[in-house]
Ligand binder design. Structure first.
Ligand SMILES: Nc1ncnc2c1ncn2[C@@H]1O[C@H](COP(=O)(O)OP(=O)(O)OP(=O)(O)O)[C@@H](O)[C@H]1O
Ligand SMILES: [Mg+2]
Length: 522
C-alpha cells in the first residue's frame, strides 16, 4: 500500500507533467494558422497564391518549432525544480519509500527525454527526442512581382522579430561594405536587444541573386558575390555568432543626449528562419534550356524504341560527340516555338500541354548554373517561384489592395480639393501598358505619375473640383510613347458642375457610378 504522503508526492510528480503539456498545447493555440497568415497577406498582395501558401506554411512551422522548443525547455526546467523540491522534502521528512523513489525516477527519466515505464510506447519516446529542424525558403520571381512586398507585409503581422537585409550591400569581412553579420544585428535591434527573442526570429535576405558568382577572372577574388555566399553559410547553418553592437542608452536625465554604448552579444542562429529572395534574371532561360534537353533526350528514346540497346547508347554518344542536341528530330524545335516570352519570363510546355512559368520548375542544378554555390542551396530546401503578373493582376493591384495606388492618388488629390475619378477602361489600359513595359507592378506607379503629372499641375488653386480620367486620357499619352506628355485630355469640372461630372461617370462607367452613389449614401 502507498502511504498517504507518498501517494501525494507521486500524484504531484504526474500532475506537474500534465500541467506542462497543457501549457504546450495552449501555446500552440496562439499560433496564427497558415490560412490566417495568408488571409492577411491577401489584403496587401494580389495573386501569388502558391508563393503565399509556401511562405505561410514555412512561417507557421517556424512558430510550431519555436513553441515546441519553448515548451520542452519549460518542461525540463519544471521537472528539475520538482525533483529538487521532492528530494528536499523527502530528506527533511525521511521519506525513502520505494514509491517516492519510483516517482523521482519517473521524473528523471522524463528529463532525459525517456518516458517512464507507464508511458513507454514507441511514439512518445520518439516524440520526446525529436528535434524539429528548420526549413529555410527561397522565393524567386520576376522583378516587381511582389517578393519584397510579401516579406515586408509579413514582417508587420508576425509575433517574432523579423529583419530584412538587402544583399547588394554585403561584402566579405574586411572589405568595404557591410559584413554578413549585419543581418543578425538588425534582427537583434528588432528584438529590442533581446538575444533569446532574436534567436527565434526570421531573417530575409533580399536580392540574394545579386550574390551569384562572377565567372569573369578566376584570379580576382569575388568579395561581393561568392565571398558573401561563403560567409552566409555559417550563419544560415546554425552557429553561435559573436556580435559587437552599438546600443543606445538613455540617460536618467531626459534632456541629456542618447549615448551609444558597444555591447557584446552571442546569438545562436540554429533556430532562425532564413527567407531568401531574388529576381534571378536569366534563370528562366537556364531552366528552359535544361527542360528542352530532357525533352530532346526523351523524344530520342521514344523514336529509337525499336533499336537495340547498344544502338541507343551509340546514338546518344554520337550526339554528345557531335555537340548537337538534335534540333530537327524533336517536338520541341527551338526556343521560340514552344517557349514564349510573357512579361519577360519564359514559359515551358509540360508533357500534358500545360504551359507554366519556367521559374516554377527551378531545380538546384539551375541555381548552381546561375551562380549560387551548392552549399548555400543545400541549406535552403524549399524553393518557390512567384508568377509573372498578368493584366488582370495589375488591374487589381491598381485598385484593390490596402494602400492601392488608385486610393493613394485619390487621397493626394483630395488634399487640394479635387475628386479624381478613373474609369475602368482607363485602369485596364494602364495595366496593359505596364505589362508591355515588363517591370511588373512597379511600372504601374511610373505610368500613373506620367498620366497625372499635368492634372496635378493644373488643378491646385484653379477652381477645379472634379477630374475624370478615361481611356482617352491614357491614350493621349501615346503621342509621347507613354512618356511624359505636355498635355493629356482630361475632363475638368468646377464645384457647380458636379451634376455633369456625375452624369459623365454614369455614361462612361456605370459600375463606377454605382460604387460612387453607394459610397455617398453611406
Ligand atoms: N502581387 C502584388 N500585389 C500588390 N502589389 C504588388 C504586387 N507585386 C508588386 N506590387 C507592387 O509593386 C511594387 C514592387 O514590388 P516588390 O518590391 O515586391 O517587387 P519585387 O518582386 O521585390 O521586385 P525586385 O525583384 O525588382 O526587387 C510594390 O511596392 C507593390 O506596390
Ligand atoms: Mg525586391
Amino acid at each position: 500500500m502507498l502511504s498517504v504522503r507518498n501517494s501525494i508526492i507521486l500524484r504531484r510528480c504526474y500532475s506537474s507533467t500534465f500541467q506542462i503539456s497543457n501549457l504546450a498545447s495552449s501555446n500552440n493555440s496562439k499560433i496564427p494558422s497558415p490560412k490566417i497568415l495568408k488571409g492577411y497577406l491577401d489584403r496587401y498582395v494580389v495573386g501569388q497564391d502558391i508563393g503565399k501558401k509556401v511562405l505561410c506554411v514555412a512561417v507557421y512551422n517556424h512558430y510550431l518549432r519555436i513553441n515546441d522548443k519553448i515548451s520542452k525547455d519549460i518542461n525540463n526546467k519544471n521537472i528539475k525544480d520538482e525533483i529538487e523540491r521532492i528530494k528536499n522534502e523527502s530528506s527533511k521528512e525521511r521519506l525513502n519509500s520505494t514509491e517516492t523513489i519510483a516517482g523521482l525516477k519517473s521524473l528523471e527519466s522524463q528529463l532525459k527525454g525517456k518516458p517512464p515505464a507507464i508511458y513507454n510506447n514507441k511514439i512518445e519516446e520518439d516524440d520526446d527526442d525529436l528535434e524539429l529542424s528548420k526549413s529555410n525558403l527561397l522565393i524567386l520571381g520576376p522583378s516587381g512581382s511582389g517578393k519584397t512586398l510579401l516579406t515586408t507585409t509579413l514582417a508587420k503581422i508576425l509575433d517574432v522579430p523579423i529583419a530584412i537585409t538587402d544583399c547588394t550591400q554585403l561584402t566579405q569581412a574586411g572589405y568595404i561594405g557591410e559584413d554578413v553579420e549585419i543581418c543578425l544585428e538588425r534582427l537583434l535591434i528588432n528584438a529590442n536587444y533581446n538575444p533569446q527573442k532574436a534567436e527565434r526570429g526570421i531573417i530575409v535576405l533580399d536580392e540574394i541573386d545579386k550574390l551569384a558568382k562572377h565567372n569573369s577572372d578566376a584570379n580576382v577574388k569575388d568579395v561581393s558575390g561568392e565571398g558573401v555566399q561563403q560567409s552566409l553559410l555559417k550563419i544560415i547553418e546554425g552557429h553561435k555568432i559573436e556580435l559587437n553592437v552599438q546600443r543606445p542608452i538613455k540617460s536618467k536625465d531626459n534632456n541629456a543626449p542618447i549615448e551609444m554604448k558597444t555591447q557584446n552579444f552571442t546569438i545562436d542562429t540554429s533556430n532562425i528562419l532564413f527567407v531568401l529572395s531574388g529576381a534571378f534574371v536569366g534563370l528562366d532561360k537556364i531552366i528552359s534550356k535544361r527542360i528542352i534537353k530532357i525533352k530532346d533526350l526523351n523524344n530520342n528514346q521514344k523514336s529509337e524504341n525499336n533499336t537495340t540497346k547498344t544502338e541507343q547508347v551509340r546514338a546518344v554518344k554520337t550526339e554528345e560527340h557531335d555537340g548537337k542536341q538534335s534540333e530537327h528530330k524533336v517536338s520541341v524545335k527551338n526556343d521560340n516555338d514552344n517557349i514564349q516570352i510573357d512579361n519577360k519570363i519564359k514559359e515551358v510546355e509540360l508533357s500534358n500541354g500545360k504551359k507554366v512559368s519556367a521559374l516554377s520548375l527551378t531545380s538546384p542544378i539551375d541555381l548552381i548554373t546561375f551562380g549560387l554555390i551548392p552549399e548555400l542551396i543545400g541549406r535552403v530546401p524549399i524553393v518557390t517561384a512567384l508568377e509573372p503578373l498578368n493584366v488582370k493582376d495589375l488591374y487589381h493591384i491598381l485598385k484593390e489592395p490596402k494602400n492601392a495606388l488608385l486610393h493613394q492618388y485619390q487621397y493626394i488629390f483630395n488634399q487640394f480639393g479635387v475628386q479624381l475619378a478613373i474609369t475602368q477602361d482607363a485602369l485596364i489600359k494602364i495595366s496593359e501598358i505596364a505589362l508591355n513595359e515588363g517591370t511588373g507592378a512597379r511600372g504601374l506607379r511610373s505610368i500613373m505619375e506620367r498620366l497625372l503629372l499635368n492634372i496635378n499641375y493644373e488643378c491646385p488653386e484653379s477652381g477645379i473640383s472634379f477630374a475624370l480620367i478615361n481611356k482617352d486620357t491614357v491614350e493621349s499619352l501615346k503621342q509621347t510613347e507613354y512618356a511624359l506628355a505636355s498635355h493629356v485630355s482630361v475632363k475638368y469640372y468646377t464645384k457647380d458642375q458636379e451634376p455633369a461630372f456625375i452624369n459623365d461617370i454614369k455614361l462612361e462607367d456605370p459600375e463606377l457610378f454605382k460604387a460612387m452613389t453607394k459610397k455617398l449614401k453611406h
